[in-house]
Design a binder for this molecule. Structure first.
Ligand code: AMP
Ligand code: MG
Length: 697
């Protein structure tokens, strides 16, 4: 029904400056279930222009637009009549528009509210004064306040957690947003006239609909989809606009059928499930992993690293569902399908320099060519043809006009009125780019499984791709186990150690592109561990500690109890057994407790396994053969990883191999990988160094 949905997170406050901030005005435009990047608008004046101009552009493109604002469009019954002398809330909007004065750094909302209170007996309905000076008729707190109207609108009685429209200050209050927003809406009505209707007060048979929205209706969905470091307001407008624009027409119709023609209504109230369904990625659910996906061949004692990795590669499949996101939102996401170019880059032949264009090569010697009128500039529309033997002025990036395939640099040209002169030779096609010389329309530009980089986004945009199918981000929980663990920064007894693994593992996961979920710490207690695993709403879990076969190794014991443990004795140093198992359908990677072993096992085993679950396919770490800056002899039987870094062309290793030495982890910038067999390394011998980046960090 609506081609475009714009959701606005409004603000009653003053100008918030140039840097995007929380609690300012945020807007997001979505079409067909794909949201653009949220836009930060520093104050209401900027926002009013931006929203109006965007709506006008959408209408010019022939699209129907729904604009949602997160403040009440009406007041409890009787207020409009008492103040503006009519029951029509839109008259009340005009009444406010005449009285509210708004500038980036000051406005008169508290004075207007005080004056209304005075006209109604002096004790209400408004309360809350955010200013230093007192305002006649406006109580600072709710204590000395009397309200002749209902405290809440009908919609707010149903919307749990909604604030009263009468409260003008304090965190979360919407009263000020309405006072400062309704005049803006009144002006949008004037600007767009009969093409605009307001829900639920008017019939929506227009090109533009204004609706009241409230992101908190889907707060958990927004929290789950917020990107790391995304400002909450930005996530709210992004996810809500996505949901509203993805709604099935009958679901939206059902929402629009609700309402109260005096008080207004919150779009989607009572229909939250429809919004949730609209956000759900499309396509069938991926098949679940089988409970024995970590089972090992019987009888094997120490599994070589390569065999362990081959087993993981064979058994694990993507568990994430597929969704479509705008290119601007796709950084770090994993492509769920290959992407082909929708058009060529460049789409037409163009000039690589500022200069003069003509047809064909020129021999050595002086050339004088008459200039045609006009010029071809980037994005311009020079549409004449250039006759043979003539030249035309061209600027970098301009499509070559008909009759031009060669360009001479302006620095090499003398201009004399309507003629140019230059020295040959000039090769045919010089200084110009052929259409499609970079990418041809229809070429596959990126494969399935690609984790999108900033450069990939440039490529997608250049070849005309605006949205891509991606896997939902993998949510990975991190749980520490051990009676000895204390939380960083708290007082710890002499026998305790601080939980170092959890912040490290959460950080590794974030760097690997997953959503890291902190599951906290549990004691060496089977019930507590089971409860923590049960409560985790994640796609995979990393635990550290308690993974061996000792009395206090509850991770392995618990997984064995539910019959889904494979204790992987991998021939690797550092690293004790890795407990791989399934907990009620969720894969659990039981890492060793030693921080060094925990990190090495994460990078060598968990990272590629998680990449498979996330849909990015099998990832080999990217290492380099470099000269050793150390000496070492190693016994056969297991692969070894040494904390290492490159200095002056050689790789050096940490002075100690102790697996409790966390300082060495921090010192290192990668790992040296020594093969399974026996080896004597002398200075200068080639060894394999894998920088952290080679593991995908
Ligand atoms: P575990 O695997 O539980 O036997 O633990 C092996 C070693 O790692 C012990 O010295 C533990 O104290 C230590 N350890 C276990 N968990 C952590 C952690 N989260 N942070 C730092 N050290 C740990
Ligand atoms: Mg332990």
């Amino acid at each position: 029904m609506f081609d475009t949905v714009i959701v606005v997170d409004w603000s009653g406050g003053n100008d918030r400056g140039t840097t995007p901030k929380a609690d300012a005005i945020w807007v997001c435009v979505a079409r067909g279930g794909v949201a653009d990047a949220p836009v930060y608008l520093r104050n209401r004046q900027v926002a009013e222009d931006w929203i109006g101009d965007t709506v006008r552009a959408e209408r010019a493109a022939g699209r129907r637009v729904m604009v949602g604002f997160d403040f009440p469009f009406g007041y409890p019954q009787g207020f409009a009549r008492a103040v503006a002398g009519t029951d029509d809330p839109l008259d009340l909007w005009d009444w406010f528009a005449e009285r509210i004065e708004d500038a980036p750094k000051a406005n008169n909302r508290f004075d207007v509210a005080g004056a209304i209170n005075l006209s109604l007996g002096g004790k209400g309905p408004f309360w809350g004064n955010g200013l230093k000076r007192d305002i006649d008729g406006l109580a600072r707190t709710k204590a000395d306040y009397a309200n002749p109207f209902a405290e809440r609108r009908r919609a707010e009685v149903l919307a749990k957690g909604a604030f009263s429209v009468w409260q003008l200050s304090g965190a979360g209050s919407v009263g000020s947003q309405a006072l400062m927003g309704l005049p803006v809406l009144a002006r949008l009505r004037q600007r767009f006239g009969d093409d605009l209707a307001v829900w639920p007060f008017q019939t929506l048979d227009t090109g533009i609909a204004l609706v009241e929205v409230w992101p908190s209706l889907i707060a958990p969905e927004i929290a789950a989809r917020a990107q790391p470091d995304e400002i909450k307001d930005a996530a709210q407008v992004r996810v809500l606009s996505q949901a509203l624009s993805a709604l099935a027409p009958d679901r939206l119709a059902a929402m629009l059928a609700e309402g109260d023609t005096e008080e207004g209504w919150i779009l989607g109230l009572g229909h939250e499930d429809s919004l949730r369904v609209a956000l759900r990625p499309d396509g069938p659910l991926p098949p679940p992993l089988s409970n024995d996906c970590f089972a090992l061949p019987p009888g094997v004692n120490w599994t070589p690293v390569d065999e362990a990795l081959a087993l993981l590669q064979e058994r694990l499949t993507p568990v994430a569902q597929v969704e479509t996101v705008a290119v601007q939102q796709a950084l770090g996401r994993v492509l769920a399908a290959p992407v082909t170019a929708l058009r060529s880059n460049p789409p037409r032949p163009n000039t690589a320099v500022d200069g003069y264009g003509f047809a064909g090569r020129r021999e050595a010697g002086v050339h004088v060519l008459p200039l045609v009128a006009g010029r071809a500039a980037a994005g311009g529309d020079f549409d004449g043809a250039v006759p043979a033997g003539h030249a035309v002025r061209v600027l970098t990036g301009a499509a070559l006009p008909a009759g031009v395939d060669t360009v001479v640099l302006q620095e090499d040209v003398t201009v004399d009125g309507d003629r140019i002169a230059f020295n040959g030779p000039v090769k045919a096609g010089a200084n110009s780019r052929r259409a499609g010389e970079d990418v041809a329309a229809g070429d596959e530009v990126l494969p399935q499984g690609r984790r999108l980089t900033p450069a990939d986004l440039a490529l997608l945009a250049a070849v005309g791709v605006g949205a891509v199918p991606v896997f939902a981000p993998l949510r990975v929980g991190v749980l520490s186990t051990g009676d000895e663990l204390a939380e960083a920064g708290t007082d710890a007894g002499e026998t305790q150690i601080y939980d170092a693994n959890r912040p490290m593992l959460l950080g590794l996961l974030a760097r690997l592109g997953h959503v890291a979920v902190d599951l906290g710490r549990v004691r060496d207690d089977r019930a507590a561990l089971a409860a923590a695993l049960d409560g985790a709403q994640v796609d995979a879990i990393l635990t550290s500690g308690g993974a061996s076969a000792g009395d206090e190794d509850h991770v392995s014991a618990l997984l064995r109890e539910v019959g889904a443990l494979a204790l992987w004795r991998i021939a690797v140093k550092p690293g004790r057994p890795l407990a791989l198992g399934m907990w009620k359908g969720t894969p659990v990677f039981g890492l060793p407790g030693n921080p060094v072993a925990a990190m090495v096992c994460t990078l060598v085993f968990a990272a590629p396994a998680l990449a498979l679950l996330a849909g990015s396919g099998w990832q080999e770490p990217l290492g380099f053969t470099v000269p050793a800056g150390f000496e070492k002899s190693k016994k056969p039987g297991r692969r070894e990883y040494l904390r290492a870094r490159m200095r002056e062309g050689v790789v050096e290793v940490f002075r100690s191999e102790g697996s409790g030495r966390i300082s060495g982890l921090s010192w290192a910038e990668g790992l040296v990988e020594l093969p399974d067999g026996p080896l004597v390394v002398k200075r200068g011998d080639p060894v394999r160094f894998i920088p952290w980046g080679g593991f995908g960090l």
